[in-house]
Design a protein around this ligand. Structure first.
Ligand SMILES: Cc1cc2nc3c(=O)[nH]c(=O)nc-3n(C[C@H](O)[C@H](O)[C@H](O)COP(=O)(O)O)c2cc1C
Ligand code: SF4
Length: 650
């Protein structure tokens, strides 16, 4: 497949961008100073994405106004910002890339800051925000103009206005149900987006007519109320795609040079940060309707990682460019791989939200399940090893293949033993859902890497300690993985199906399903079957499902809303007692027993490591490393991170 449209240049305002693969605005935690300048890590992170072929890079949201909300911002540090900007822009220019700063009016009620009208703060409806005065609005607007001029002076190619999305300040002005003002900033649509008009005018005044200005615009809010998402989008109190088209036309008439579109608010966060449960390209239809109504470029974001889909969408005139977020975190070389017509080499973002947005929320730093180098660009880059070793790896799952990849790139000799006839391990069942296709693509990526790096793979080969001792390996890595827990103490357990067997289609699954185990794996299995129209019941021993901290909040919110939507029955504080041919007996939280009728009882109560060979290798003199689930049961992120670190230190 060729990608002529994705690889072709595009002009936004006065600036020509070399291709149509744009890196979405994403705050990283590590990349910015508290006032919005760039840290050394931040500069290296962006330069790496320019080197990897992205035509345009957007910065994360950067405070334009630092007066009204009393926060720090770039205008308080002009000299430092200009010095950082000049370095960053000259370095990305070496790769022919350009960069826009995403200038923010701030987050309004999402951060408990001032809003157009008093509003319940996100997450704490008892705290009501204060309304901005007209004077404060004018101050904000003129500060945005001055901040844009500073960005221009620092060498940035344009600014993206943050944002009529996520329920942030500008969004809350535009949304009728959040804006109850009776002055010129409230009421009609024109009044509600007057601030956006004044911002572009202020920028033109400060920067002249040729400095590009785009707007980040959600085409649909997916909200049924404060702190409530509309799962299927049918109950909308926020923006509809029809209103978004009217906004787009007005923004064009005000002088905006492009519209960077996405969806959702923080109240409906799973549409803004879509987990893999939301299909690739879910915004394309809405974006294409907007494109028909305006003459400025429409840049489409939100699950736009598939290059073939992007190529087709641009070729068909549905959108002008793809705004690619998490996939740019997962593989900085996405652009180059597309332009080289090697999409099979793209390390696929699996839409898990685990390392990136959830990492950011939980630790203040973006990480990535499939790219352990993110945030450490230049520091953690794979380098040739000083002394080359013969390394034997046992197990061809995610951990084993990542270790093999990194070791080969470092120049080691690698032999990988896999006892089955296929590489992938637990990635294979994990990628079986139709909403987990990216895990399947990641598995393919690893298989391709094994081939292109010439890893010596011994399939259908079960090794033991004696074979490894005789193999003359300088080091052994055990990546033997895990198997589902199936407690023998439970009566009739042999009649239950493990989640893995169900996903692999090894056992038939009926119309009426009881799933025991309400962790992420069990709930995803439940979601898959509920979506197919089966009657699903979840049984969980703890007092809530999806109880672990490492389940990203937006994934959890979407699954909970899905269960409500599909009528999935959930029993918490409930233990499995026995399994029979026609269902399961459980002990409810009040101690009583209940029979749950089912055609199939699926057990998804966790995994246990396979027995280790480490002990039998002791005394051999060969250093042995255990990684992945076989070492400690975790997830894709922990397996890949441990494999990468082990391989980097050998
Ligand atoms: C860690 C992280 C931080 C983000 N920060 C911003 C931001 O500062 N401004 C913004 O407009 N969008 C932000 N986003 C949203 C992305 O621009 C993008 O819309 C979202 O990731 C969905 O697109 P994707 O499926 O390509 O990742 C952020 C996303 C992530 C993962
Ligand atoms: S953590 Fe998961 S969703 Fe986030 S960028 Fe990495 S693979 Fe994609």
């Amino acid at each position: 497949m060729e990608f002529p449209h994705l690889s072709s240049p595009i002009t936004i305002g006065s600036v020509t961008i070399k291709n149509r693969m744009f890196m979405a605005p994403m705050d990283t935690g590590f990349g910015n100073t508290e006032w919005g300048g760039f840290t050394r890590e931040g500069i290296e992170y962006f330069v790496r994405r320019a080197e990897g072929g992205f035509g345009l890079l957007f910065s994360g949201g950067t405070n334009g106004d630092c007066v009204v909300d009393g926060c720090d911002g770039i205008l308080n540090h002009p000299e430092e910002f200009i010095a950082q900007g000049k370095e960053l822009n000259s370095r990305i220019a070496e790769y022919g890339s350009r960069m826009f700063i995403q200038l923010s009016m701030n987050v309004g009620r999402n951060g408990g800051l001032k809003t157009p009208s008093p509003l319940p703060t996100l997450g704490d409806p008892n705290v009501i925000t204060k309304a901005l005065t007209i004077e404060e609005i004018r101050t904000k607007v003129s500060e945005m103009g001055k901040a844009a001029k500073l960005c221009k002076d620092a060498g940035f190619a344009g600014v993206d206005i943050h944002a009529m999305h996520w329920g942030h300040l500008l969004d809350s002005f535009a949304l009728a149900f959040m804006n109850h003002r009776e002055d010129e900033y409230g009421g009609s649509l024109e009044n509600r987006i007057r601030v956006a008009k004044e911002i572009v005018e202020a920028i033109r005044y400060e920067c002249g007519p040729d400095f590009p200005v785009t707007m980040r615009l959600a085409l649909k809010s997916y909200m049924k109320g404060f702190n409530q998402a509309s799962f299927d989008g049918s109950e909308e109190v926020g923006r509809t795609p029809e209103e978004a088209i009217e906004i787009g036309k007005l923004l064009e008439s005000y002088g905006y040079d492009g519209l960077s579109v996405d969806a959702g608010t923080l109240d409906a966060f799973y549409y803004a940060m879509p987990p893999s449960y939301i299909p690739q390209g879910f915004m394309l239809d809405m974006a294409s309707k907007l494109k028909k109504a305006v003459n400025i470029p429409v840049l489409c974001g939100g699950r736009m990682a598939d290059p073939e889909m992007n190529e087709k969408a641009i070729a068909e005139g549905k959108i002008d460019a793809a705004v690619i977020g998490r996939q740019a975190i997962a593989d900085p070389d996405y652009g180059n791989k597309v332009m080289a017509e090697k999409p099979e080499e793209i390390r696929t973002c699996i839409g898990c939200n685990q390392g990136c947005i959830w990492g950011y929320f939980c630790t203040g730093r973006v990480g990535c399940a499939v790219n352990p180098e993110v945030g450490y660009e230049g520091v953690k880059a794979i380098k040739e090893a000083d002394s080359k070793k013969n390394v034997a790896i046992v197990g061809g799952g995610a951990a084993g293949m990542e270790a093999a990849r990194v070791l080969k790139l470092r120049g080691h000799n690698v032999t990988l033993y896999e006892k089955s006839g296929i590489l992938g391990g637990n990635l294979i069942p994990a990628g079986a859902h139709d909403f987990k296709k990216e895990i399947g693509a990641l598995t393919e990526y690893y298989r391709n890497q094994m081939k292109s790096l010439n890893v010596d793979i011994r399939m259908n080969t079960e090794v033991n300690a004696d074979i490894l001792k005789a193999s003359h390996a300088d080091a052994v890595i055990l990546a033997t993985g895990s198997v589902p827990v199936m407690p023998r103490s439970i009566e009739g357990i042999e009649k239950a199906v493990s989640g893995v067997d169900a996903l692999l289609g090894k056992k038939p699954v009926g119309k009426n399903v009881v799933i025991v185990g309400g962790g992420l794996v069990g709930c995803e299995i439940a979601y898959g079957y509920a979506k197919e129209g089966r009657h699903v019941t979840i049984v969980e021993a703890l007092d809530q499902i999806l109880n672990l901290n490492n389940v990203p909040g937006m994934n959890k919110a979407m699954l909970l809303d899905a269960f409500e939507f599909y009528g999935t029955q959930i029993y918490t504080g409930t233990k499995l007692k026995s399994v029979s041919d026609d269902g399961a007996v459980v002990e409810l939280s009040d101690g009583t027993e209940k029979k749950l009728d089912a055609d199939t009882v699926i057990l998804s109560i966790g995994y246990r490591p396979l027995p280790s060979m480490k002990e039998s290798l002791s005394g051999s003199g060969i250093p042995v490393y255990e990684i992945g689930d076989g070492h400690k049961v975790g997830n894709v992120m922990s397996c890949i991170a441990e494999a990468y670190d082990t391989a980097m230190n050998l």
